[in-house]
Design a protein around this ligand. Structure first.
Ligand SMILES: Cc1cc2nc3c(=O)[nH]c(=O)nc-3n(C[C@H](O)[C@H](O)[C@H](O)COP(=O)(O)OP(=O)(O)OC[C@H]3O[C@@H](n4cnc5c(N)ncnc54)[C@H](O)[C@@H]3O)c2cc1C
Length: 420
């Protein structure tokens, strides 16, 4: 190992980025991990449980954060983005922008203080299904732990109130953003994905019918830390959802939206059917699908559910979702492509299995990378020493993401060792 190796820069602190960071640091390399949110963990932290083992994401996350905390070779910058990467004859250098948290000592702040504020903000962690105070803890297991202040949401009255309710030195409203420049030896891009914007699927009623939700929202509904403390209820009236439809390929494999398959939505929905059936033995579920794409051992998930008499599968692409006149119940129009029947079926709630799109169009990595038509990066990249992993590269599950990360770390450390 080259004792003078420059650090590995990892952009994105989801499961892909965290895996790369611990893999490299545990062999002895320095790592700078840059995450745009206030916490590590990415989208997986917003899942209730994850397949195939169905364990809560906090299990694996806790192990990874312990490995990060204990390793002095890893520097974590949250609320941070990489503004520039320059490559001068193989010498890579990055400029990192770190946004202010306004909280100087999180140990001095308590929930009893935040509750005294009146300004609220939309809780993006719960996909907008509830609100938090302007001074908030992103989620129960947030790492790095600590409160964050949403300065834009904070009213001037509450800004003044903060001085009275928080001990001196806890908050600094004058805090400004910081920029740092670092020399690096290689880069791993792990910027992940976001859900396809379901409001573009107007024929499926999202945004018009309150009881049409998306798959990522269902994860938060099922989670204890979610907006309903784990109760799977209808957004319109808070009643237990008893008759639920899942619409697969909502916008996916569709030339007008996402022509590609997101690879995880079938397993995602089968997992969510399990959440519902475990919480409510009377719930009836219908899954509308084009093909059920479960591969390898994951197929057992599907076969197990075929045994459940409260779960039905109908092959057909849903053409329209509307509200029943005078109620918030939903009606789905779909052709059953096996029986050739045109169905008009009623449900309490509908979950749209929307696909994954890369984060890159919003947060372009400042480096001339090759992107495909949808914004996914080329895995190997056109630059030596720059690698992409996980959902920055293509839609995939956690297991494929972590394997990618370990493989990319191996390639990256070969670059770090150059000049030995
Ligand atoms: C409904 C649904 C359910 C799913 N359930 C499962 C499941 O049960 N099991 C499973 O294996 N997989 C599941 N998946 C897939 C899983 O979410 C992904 O495999 C996983 O999130 C990929 O991790 P990642 O690190 O590549 O991306 P992400 O989880 O998206 O993490 C990327 C990180 O990068 C950060 N970031 C983005 N841009 C920047 C930037 N410019 N600078 C700094 N940071 C940035 C983000 O804030 C984020 O923290 C599911 C997917 C869906 C849609």
């Amino acid at each position: 190992m080259n004792a003078n190796a420059k650090p590995l820069l990892v952009i994105g602190g989801g499961i892909g980025g965290m895996t790369a960071a611990v893999d490299a640091a545990e062999i002895g390399y320095k790592v700078i991990l840059v995450e745009k949110e206030a916490y590590l963990g990415g989208r997986v932290m917003r899942m209730h449980r994850y397949f195939p083992k169905m364990c809560p994401p906090t299990c694996g996350f806790e192990i990874n954060t312990r490995r990060i905390k204990q390793n002095p070779r890893i520097t974590v910058h949250t609320m941070a983005t990489v503004e520039e990467i320059t490559d001068e004859a193989g010498d890579l250098r990055a400029k990192i922008r770190i946004r202010p948290k306004y909280v100087t000592d999180m140990h001095l702040i308590a929930d009893s203080m935040t509750e005294k504020l009146t300004t609220e903000r939309v809780n993006d962690f719960n996909y907008g299904m509830d609100k938090t105070k302007a001074l908030y803890m992103p989620h129960d297991m947030a790492y790095p732990p600590g409160y964050v202040l949403d300065r834009e949401a904070l009213s001037e009255t509450d800004a003044e109130k903060l001085n009275e309710i928080c001990p001196p030195g806890a908050i600094d409203l004058e805090m400004t953003e910081k920029r740092i420049a670092v020399d690096i030896g290689a880069v791993i891009i792990a910027t992940g994905w976001r859900p396809y914007d379901a409001t573009k699927l107007d024929y499926l009623g999202f945004g018009q019918c309150q009881n049409v939700i998306t798959n990522v929202m269902m994860e938060r509904l099922a989670a204890m830390g979610g907006p309903t403390a784990g109760e799977i209820v209808r957004p319109s009236d808070g009643k237990k959802a008893e008759n639920i439809a899942f619409v697969q390929c909502a916008g996916s494999r569709d030339e007008n939206h996402l022509p590609y398959c997101s690879a995880v939505c079938c397993m995602g929905s089968l997992k969510q059917v399990r959440y519902i059936r475990e919480k409510n033995e009377n719930a009836k579920i219908t899954v509308f699908y084009i093909d059920v794409r479960t591969i390898g051992r994951e197929e057992k998930f599907y076969y197990d559910l075929l045994e459940d008499e409260n779960v039905s599968f109908i092959k057909g692409k849903v053409a329209k979702i509307s509200e029943e006149p005078g109620s918030e119940n939903l009606v789905l129009d779909v052709e059953d492509t096996i029986t050739r029947e045109n169905l008009h079926k009623g449900f309490d709630m509908v979950v749209l299995a929307t696909g994954m799109v890369p984060n890159t169009p919003d947060f372009k990595i400042p480096f001339e990378l090759k992107y495909d038509d949808y914004g996914f990066t080329d895995g190997v990249t056109n630059f030596d020493g720059v690698y992409t992993v996980g959902c920055a590269k293509r839609p995939c599950d956690v297991s494929r993401t972590t394997k990618d990360s370990t493989a990319a770390t191996l390639k990256a450390i070969q670059c770090l060792n150059r000049g030995e």
